[in-house]
Design a protein. Sequence first.
Length: 361
Amino acid sequence: MEIDNPNEIYNYLHKIYLCKMSVLCLTIAALATIGYGTWEFNRTHIVYYSDYIEGQYVEGRQSEWLKGIGEIPASAVDTLQECFRFEYKRIPLGEPQAGHWQLLRVVHQNRFGNPIEFEEQTTPFVRYPIVCLKYLYRDSLYMPERIECYNEYGNLQRIKQISGEKLDKIDFKTELSFNRQTLSEFKDPLLDMLGNKYCNITHFDLERDGSGNVNRIVFKASNEKNAVPMTDTRKHIAMALVRDSIGRITHVGYYTYMRTINYIIEYNYTNYELSENTLWHTKGQRLVQHTLFKHLYPVVYKYVFTASDSSCIRTKYHFSKGILQQKRTEKVFGYKQGESLIINKTQLVDNVRYDYKKMDT
């Protein structure tokens, strides 16, 4: 068969080929875009922090309850002994505010990304290696309703149930059984050394300052409206909190029914790290001190001073490549208390002063 102009057939076939390739490229690009969009929507967004504050809530705003401070670049995480990993996921499609990032989990991790227990509970509140948040949609916003606390092995340890119009009520349940238990969520190792162990406190009533941070906690045994404050084993019924400019707790004052402050715990920070906390009696006497260090050196010492005698407990930590190899504790005598142990009672009392008329007794 003779063809008058073979180039026309070639051009026609070439155009068909180009059309097919264009359709193929567009299909691949569309699938890639859809795939990337699906991955981006469902991926876990991770941010690392040195520390965090908890309980923050500003009325009318989306609340995640936990707020990280001291952000750490991802490239620097493997050089640190420990940090906090905040994991965010987007709100699913079909839900109100779909696509917005929402904090779901906080992990206290080592340099390898594994959850690790706190060596000592020396923070203002008891913390856990894994904290998971559950939300409830209310008043056009997602509000934290339930916080589940796990140990480093993933075993459930405690549940915090959050309620109240201003997220100002917390009920605690322990890992033993999910009903009323004896616990002391506000307990601190410094007070433990003085015998402040467990008590019948299972509920907190919270009050906040203008920034949404908790500045007062009243202890109760239930969430009933007319429940009276419950005392701990040292007759305290409430805590007053003082914070710095970024929301970290610097002083915790423990109050009694007699409207007196028996003990004040002072927290000091170096950069974003808790470096020292001290238990003071309001007579101006330092009872116990924990001096903390970030694990950046092969050998670290921590001293706990007591006021009962001229002694202190010294703990020696030996690290190798950031991993604890040896820990040794001994009592050291001959420590002389000096003027540096005396504080201004009035100053500390003023720092944690609050209006007793607001307290429901």
